[in-house]
Design a protein around this ligand. Structure first.
Ligand code: 6R9
Length: 666
């Protein structure tokens, strides 16, 4: 690798390689939203009341009684009996001062043809019309509305319209399969769906309604569907059925309508988001109105340093939690301009992202390490062709960032003048948990930083005892926080089993006995900086996307001719981790290329292309312990070309060398 790198990368390496600590640039600190390091002590000494500072960022119809009700752990309630509306907070309240400012800056495909600047006033109009249309369709308070849409403005508009009428949304990533859509709609008993006819990918129209219809065929109840006509004359000529309605027609029928935002209780559900877990069934993470919105607003303001006059750019997809929290809710709650990019970073050229940042004078860029590693591989000449001086802050999320990629980002995108915030958090935490505050803390590449003020994060061993600095352990959160998930939809027991049982005294009513376990490994240094080491459960992280190995295995076992499968994550230069599948075939079936192709197709059909196996290895046996458990750790070792240590306690030690010989063959 090293000898292929451009000369200035080598120079950067020499200068920055040794540097382990970076101070926040002075020009940044001078204008930062928070610069007083006393905030850590202040929050610790005033917990949980410190979180009034999150509630204070919101507008309320009725004030809350209690900041935290912890009488029934782990079912915590925040800002009890307060009343508010998320749509009002993200739209209406900005009208007085910011009606003509851009709320959503949409950069769509085809390139340069499909852009739209949506002001707060326009957003208000369309959210109201959509809310009126949905209500007319029968959507009532607390009905779950599913959205299966790519990065088009109708997606955040529909989310805010639902919030307005008190209907929780459940957004399913558009790249997920028909089957994934059906599973989620069935699990949430969701009787309404918003989707679109299709969309463009790298210039070509792609049929989305076909996939939607395939999913709907497996939904167990009747569904009213609203279809956005995204492709116009490039469309696929679908005829809408009786229970499918055209989005534009519905809005036209409600032109100029206004819908009073409903007063929601602080603890009423704002949305559901399905995410991967250890077992095959996706988990419906439930977020509520006040805690979530306050948390995203607070962290957007303090960790991402967003101000109303910013043009803030998060390149995530709204179909994932990062897009929910940091494209839609956090930024719009603060009344800023949030950019939404529909395309990919390398279409039509590898300069696309930098061109957009220059053209719109973006002030922040929030992206994933996997993207940064691609930019790095393409070379620094692409960003160098553009004026990126509007950028003030850089951020990353989704997986650990290696120090080399961090430094490249800092130098080539930030020009050494932007702090880089590495934000550790999860779908379940609602927003940031571990990150530097950019106007206060020094940065250490590779380490996310200290926990946010008011958070009690500890790295513990298997007995729950804190480990020494430098030693690997398990990340835990010892006190509740406003943005936390409230439960798994319709499954309180699984909520306890998945996140609390490991380190809590589950028969206790004392909240001090309850500890949240996010299933990540981590270590802490002497300054309290946390380095996240990755998942310790059967979840793998491909390009920052969470995938359950069990979900992939069950998709593979569903392919005719497959007897058994084990899936593990193997290290991958760009994706972070890639899917490695070890497959045993039934008698009479052959490990042919055709079989391999069917397995890949099976996974794509069940989950989506993001879960596509990098390698499929056919083997007559899988390494098993004497008690018959598949030794996934060994397979991981093989995928990562590691020394395997003693394998003699296996039921079938010979199979290891056999499998090792076959991995990496093709
Ligand atoms: C926001 C998001 C959560 C999992 C999480 C962890 C990994 C996220 C990270 C990170 C190291 C970071 N993760 N951010 N690991 N450093 N800055 O990604 O949510 O899709 O639920 O994934 O991602 O393993 O547990 P989600």
């Amino acid at each position: 690798m090293a000898d292929e790198e451009p000369a200035d990368d080598v120079e950067l390496e020499a200068r920055l390689a040794e540097q382990e600590v970076f101070e926040p640039p002075e020009s940044f600190v001078e204008q930062a939203n928070v610069t007083d390091e006393g905030i850590y002590e202040e929050f610790e000494g005033n917990w949980p009341e410190c979180w009034e500072s999150a509630a204070d960022l919101l507008s309320w119809y009725e004030d809350y009684d209690q900041v935290l009700d912890d009488s029934n752990p782990p079912f915590y309630e925040w800002f009890t009996d307060g009343k508010l509306n998320a749509s009002y907070n993200c739209v209406d309240r900005h009208l007085d001062e910011r009606a003509d400012e851009v709320a959503l800056e949409w950069i769509g495909e085809p390139v340069d043809e499909a852009n739209r600047s949506i002001t707060y006033e326009e957003l208000h109009r369309e959210v109201n019309e959509a809310a009126a249309a949905l209500r007319d369709l029968g959507v009532g308070e607390d009905d779950v509305v599913t959205m299966y849409m790519p990065m088009i403005p109708q997606l955040p508009i529909a989310m805010l319209a639902c919030a307005r009428i008190g209907a929780p949304h459940s957004v399913v990533f558009a790249g997920f399969s028909a089957e994934a859509l059906a599973t989620r709609m069935n699990a949430a008993d969701s009787e309404y769906l918003l989707t679109c006819d299709g969309y463009y990918r790298r210039g070509d129209p792609l049929d989305h309604l076909d996939k939607t219809n395939e999913g709907l065929a497996d939904v167990e109840h009747d569904v009213e569907t609203v279809v956005v006509d995204r492709l116009g004359s490039d469309g696929f000529g679908h005829e809408l059925t009786d229970d499918q309605h055209d989005y534009d027609d519905l809005l036209a029928a409600h032109e100029g309508a206004t819908v009073e935002p409903v007063e929601r209780d602080a603890e009423d559900m704002l949305f559901l988001m399905y995410t991967s877990g250890t077992t095959g069934e996706p988990k419906g993470v439930k977020h509520t109105t006040a805690g979530y919105l306050g948390w995203t607003a607070w962290t957007t303001k303090y960790a991402l340093d967003v101000k109303p006059d910013d043009t803030y750019f998060c390149s995530a997809d709204i179909g994932w939690i990062t897009g929910h929290s940091y494209i839609v809710y956090g930024p719009l709650a603060l009344g800023t301009t949030s950019m939404m990019y529909e395309g990919t970073p390398d279409y039509p050229t590898r300069e696309r992202l930098w061109q957009i940042i220059e053209e719109y004078e973006a002030t922040q860029l929030y992206t994933a390490p996997t993207a940064i590693r691609s930019f790095m591989k393409w070379g620094a000449e692409y960003p160098a062709n553009h004026d990126l001086s509007s950028l003030r802050l850089l951020a990353t999320v989704g997986e650990p960032i290696n120090p080399r990629a961090w430094k490249w980002y800092y130098k080539h995108i930030g020009g050494e003048e932007c702090p880089v915030v590495d934000t550790w958090w999860q779908t379940e935490t609602g927003g940031h948990m571990v990150t530097t505050l950019p106007g206060i803390n020094d940065m250490k590449p590779g380490s996310a930083g200290p926990p946010l003020p008011g958070l009690d994060v500890q790295i513990v061993d298997t007995h729950g005892e804190e480990v020494e600095a430098g030693r690997a352990g398990y990340l835990t959160v010892q006190k509740p926080w406003p943005g936390m998930l409230r439960t798994l939809y319709n499954n309180d027991q699984r909520f306890i089993d998945e996140y609390w049982a490991e380190y809590s005294e589950t028969d206790s009513d004392d909240s001090d006995d309850w500890v949240y376990f996010p299933e990540d490994g981590a270590k802490i240094d002497d300054d309290g900086y946390i380095t996240v080491l990755g998942r310790v459960d059967d979840v793998i992280n491909v390009s920052g996307h969470r995938l359950g190995t069990m979900e992939i295995e069950s998709a593979i076992v569903g392919v005719e001719g497959v007897a058994e499968a084990a899936v593990v994550g193997g290290e991958h230069d760009l994706k972070g981790e890639a899917v490695y599948a070890y497959v045993i075939l039934e008698e009479g079936h052959e490990g042919s290329d055709e079989m391999r192709a069917r397995i890949v197709e099976g996974v794509e059909d069940a989950i989506g292309p993001i879960a596509r196996p990098e390698e499929v290895v056919f083997t007559p046996e899988l390494p098993k312990t004497r008690s018959g458990k598949i030794m996934r750790r060994l397979l991981e070792g093989i995928a990562n070309e590691e020394e395997l240590g003693d394998t003699s306690t296996l039921q079938n030690p010979d199979v290891v060398e056999d499998i090792r010989g076959k991995t990496g063959d093709d």
